[in-house]
Design a binder for this molecule. Structure first.
Ligand SMILES: Cc1cc2nc3c(=O)[nH]c(=O)nc-3n(C[C@H](O)[C@H](O)[C@H](O)COP(=O)(O)O)c2cc1C
Length: 221
């Protein structure tokens, strides 16, 4: 008798590059998993430094699940539907367009990653997967973090937009009434998920009435 076909696993690929803003990545990954999405994770070599700097965690290829659990503040058992691909592994599944990914979220994105993706450099797996995502016409969100931005990066961002990527600056809005760092981080993460239509409850949406932010701030937590 023929076996019933298993549903194909179609993950979102989350690329974490070495920009300040690793909490944005953690919030996006947590929210994807909460929405029942599968996640494939690529962490650039430079991102290990930002993760170490911003969380104190030394992210290791060989112990990625334990390190990721610590970073997300979750149990390792909750990460069953996460796959991890080392940044130097060009033979990784997502390196090919035939790998059944839904799309890619680069959170946070360095100006270096922006350049590499815009120019198609594929200098590491993160950039290669982003190029694959573009060539396959799948959604790509680039959550760039740098200030100020120089002219070269601005040109690269325009190029990414022209190629179909969503350029989403890591720049929280305050109309949602967020006041804690966590709320402002979740606002940016929520906008990343909005860009690809993944449902979440990360921030309070605009409801068409001025004053909502102030009222939210007055409400007891
Ligand atoms: C603590 C720290 C913070 C950094 N913050 C940023 C940043 O916000 N934006 C940026 O473009 N680069 C930042 N960098 C520099 C990048 O990590 C560096 O350009 C690196 O080559 C990027 O490589 P990647 O794109 O492969 O991750 C930072 C580096 C460190 C160590």
């Amino acid at each position: 008798m023929e076996k019933p076909e298993q549903p194909v696993r179609r993950p979102w690929i989350v690329g974490v590059s070495g920009a300040s803003g690793t909490p944005y990545a953690a919030s996006v990954i947590r929210a994807l998993l909460a929405a029942g999405e599968s996640v494939d994770l690529v962490v650039s070599r430079a991102a290990r430094l930002t993760i170490l700097d911003e969380t104190g965690i030394a992210f290791r290829d060989a112990h990625w699940r334990a390190d990721l659990a610590l970073w997300l503040g979750t149990a390792e058992d909750d990460l069953e539907d996460v796959r991890y691909w080392p940044a130097g592994d060009f033979a990784a599944g997502p390196s090919s367009g035939s790998y059944p990914a839904k799309g890619m979220l680069v959170v946070p994105a360095t100006t270096g990653a922006v350049a590499g993706i815009a120019l198609g450099l594929s200098k590491d797996l993160l950039q290669r997967v982003a190029s694959v995502t573009l060539k396959e016409r799948r959604p790509l969100v680039v959550c760039v973090r740098e200030a100020p931005l120089n002219g070269v990066t601005l040109k690269h961002l325009v190029e990414l937009d022209a190629q179909g990527a969503v350029v989403l600056p890591a720049s929280p809005g305050f109309y949602a009434g967020g006041s804690t760092v966590r709320e402002l981080v979740d606002f940016v993460a929520g906008r990343v998920l909005d860009a690809v239509g993944v449902p979440h409850t990360l921030y309070r949406r605009w409801e068409g009435e001025l004053g909502g932010a102030a009222r939210a701030a007055e409400r007891p937590a």
